[in-house]
Design a protein around this ligand. Sequence first.
Ligand code: CP
Ligand code: NVA
Length: 300
Amino acid sequence: METRHFLTLNSLSRDELLSIINRAEVLKKQFIEKSYESTLESRVLGMIFEKSSTRTRVSFEAGMAQLGGHAIYLAPTGTQIGRGEPLEDTARVLSKMVDCIMLRTFEHERIERFAEYSDVPVINGLSDSYHPCQLLADLLTHYEKRGSIEGKKVVWFGDGNNMCHSYMNAAKILDFQLIVSGPEGFDPDPKILEGTKTNVVIERNPKQAAKNADVIVTDVWASMGQEEEQKERMQKFAQYQVNTDLMECANGDALFMHCLPAHRGEEVSENVLEGPQSVVWEEAGNRLHSQKALLEFLIG
Ligand code: CP
Ligand code: NVA
């Protein structure tokens, strides 16, 4: 049987994606009741982080423990990865020892290459191009709060980055409308846009974009690896800050989402992030439940 990987949301069919979200709801209930099932007993997840993380690391590590398994954290410092051992070699070695590998890295091509050489499922824990694990949590949050996302209007503000690309994939798979609103020069990858154009449009005018939105979502203006562009981006993105003026253009019950970490006063104002429409804390917590469901799907 061919090894299943989770490199982008497109690694799953619509039905598989919905069944992972359903299972995540069950696992969340069990977590609240502290009635765990050891569905991944003796299973081991290797986690390679070439970029920083709080949520992704803790949710995978805690998730494996709660399912009766174990997770190993590997960073470039202290491992041979940081001393130049090729990815292809690391993939082949680790897949002889663990049941699944999560990789957070820079170029998406690194994850594809890693998966090619791995005999066990590989999970994309964020690349420069995609962040599919975060979408599992965002979708779960929407299903819990508002039910199906099909036919809804979701507005993405800011950079056409990894999170935006994963939202574009989700829009296509689950058939919702995605408006991307950011400055010229920071649009999503045209190839990803081409593949999702039935569900995605670009609207430069932020107030126009926010009209009748069911969900407003944003992310930092400079992602990990783009720190030196921070100052320039602050000026170029200024009019796309999600603040109360922009939220007022959306539907009255619109949800505000952000993958976190957030930069208050930059891509989002303090009062929106901490306001009644913000679901960011539950969204972050849902990383745990949705990834446990993903792990069960891939290695259970
Ligand atoms: N949202 C997210 O992936 O957070 P971390 O970078 O803390 O893992
Ligand atoms: N776009 C951000 C997401 C962080 C979770 C980044 O890549 O840094």
